[in-house]
Design a protein around this ligand. Structure first.
Ligand code: NAD
Length: 426
């Protein structure tokens, strides 16, 4: 393998693209980040972080060393020997795959593709996207042939924002190429920055691998969510059961129940496969059932809120409720698809006055699904509410002293250690 990869471009500098850029830069590869968002680009060039779980120093160090630079200009990808695409793959309003970000990116890059470049897609998607959709757009726009004039691969990102026991460098990377040579080149590139590369036979296998990982989580979360409801009826604490089962050294992996799924991956990605499977006349019953159970969880949590208020002789209507945590998971600022939004909206529809607290999300950003909540600000945690509902298990709530609080607290994550007298698990 003669390629040295002295300069690459990472397209899409979000939760996936930024850490990937930093890892390549730390490994001595010059990285040109490309994003449509000028705020992110300026922030990187100033050496400042825009994601809470990354320090500005980690960015500034690479910028100052001349290994990291960002731009909004797609023509500059002509400087790169490899291009890694990390743009969003959401669902449309009809819950169908929305590949518009991937294909728009391809259209903007294609006229500037240098000969011999490697293009690798990292965005989560259904099998066939790289070979049947991305390839066609790149070939049409560049006049070149994949596998001949440029190389094409798929390598799914396994980023887990906020996780401290694994990093981009140490998480093994699955890589599949359009041709054997494409795969060899992609393997060599990722090997520059990542400890372990697991090579698979095609882009399709790599795409299917990522979906299996996310479907596995969705189905197992649905299972413990269902068990939570069943065991509660039997007066058995599901968390104690899961902790006990987790002592088995093989054949069991603990998943925890919660108020519903959130984030950019688990509520969305499984449905990429559901959609694609229909083309082959196949149904994905496990995925659908898991989706049904997981999306019912906010209503279960709200039934506990109603019960807790009822014990106080109060109705949801007119009650002041504080939601703890807006992010979809602990200790990050990402609130995409967060169940907290659904809880907040459902409470408001029933006539409650809902506020939230989240140190990671001081103001609710614009979202496609909840535009009416944008601009709402985080408030203090005080004992002035009719009820407090914990939705996200940020570490600060674990240690917060709620023991003197008078109002009922409904905890949907089994999180609070210093509990008030009126404590409800949901
Ligand atoms: N967030 C995660 O934890 C995670 C984990 C694994 C995989 N993924 C997958 O990785 C992909 C990216 O997710 P993310 O969370 O980083 O998204 P993100 O929204 O945080 O970042 C995407 C970035 O792409 C930019 N962008 C969009 N269109 C562009 C274009 N045409 N040209 C240049 N930039 C463009 C956006 O401005 C944004 O900054 C998705 O497919 C996601 O499913 C995400």
């Amino acid at each position: 393998m003669s390629k040295q990869f002295s300069k690459i471009s990472v397209v899409g500098l979000g939760y996936v693209g930024l850490p990937l850029s930093l890892q390549f830069a730390r490994s001595g590869v010059s990285v040109l980040g490309l994003d449509l968002d000028p705020k992110k680009v300026d922030s990187i060039n100033r050496g400042e972080s825009y994601l809470k779980h990354f320090s500005s120093e980690s960015i500034a160090e690479q910028v100052e060393a001349g290994r990291l630079e960002a731009t909004t200009n797609p023509s500059r990808i002509s400087e790169a020997e490899a291009i890694l695409i990390c743009v969003p793959t959401p669902l449309s309003e009809y819950r169908e795959p929305d590949l518009s970000f991937v294909l728009d990116t391809a259209r903007s890059l294609a006229p500037h593709l240098p000969k011999g470049v490697l293009v690798a897609l990292e965005s989560t998607t259904y099998p066939g996207t790289t070979e049947d959709e991305l390839r066609v757009v790149l070939e049409e726009g560049s006049g070149m042939k994949a596998g001949v004039d440029f190389h094409l691969a798929y390598s799914p990102e396994r980023e887990d924002p906020g996780r401290e026991d694994a990093s981009v460098k140490t998480i093994p990377k699955v890589v599949g190429g359009y041709t054997k040579e494409c795969g060899d080149i992609a393997e060599a590139l990722y090997g520059r920055a990542i400890d372990v590369i697991h090579r698979v036979s095609s882009c399709r296998v790599a795409e299917a691998t990522k979906l299996l990982e996310n479907i596995f989580r969705s189905v197992n979360i649905a299972l413990v969510n269902e068990l939570k409801v069943v065991y509660e009826a039997m007066n058995i604490d599901v968390h104690e059961v899961i902790s006990a089962a987790a002592t088995k050294p093989f054949g069991f992996m603990p998943f925890r129940p919660g108020p519903g799924l959130g984030g950019h991956c688990i509520p969305i990605d499984p449905f990429y496969l559901t959609w694609k499977a229909r083309e082959f006349g196949k149904h994905t019953r496990f995925i659908e059932l898991a989706g049904e159970i997981n999306t019912a969880m906010p209503d279960y949590v709200l039934s506990k809120v109603t019960d807790a208020l009822n014990d106080e002789g109060k109705a949801v209507k007119g009650s002041k409720v504080l939601i703890l945590g807006l992010a979809y998971k602990a200790n990050v600022d990402d609130c995409r698809e967060s169940p907290s939004f659904i809880l907040m909206e459902k409470l408001m529809i029933k006539g409650a006055r809902a506020e939230y607290h989240d140190s990671f999300v001081p103001v609710i950003p614009e979202t496609r699904e909840h535009p009416q909540l944008a601009g709402k600000q985080s408030v203090e945690i005080e004992d002035v509410y009719d009820l407090i509902l914990l939705s996200t298990d940020h570490s600060e709530y674990k240690t917060f002293d709620f023991s003197k609080f008078n109002c009922p607290i409904v905890d949907s994550r089994n999180c609070i250690l210093q509990k008030p007298s009126k404590y409800y698990k949901a």
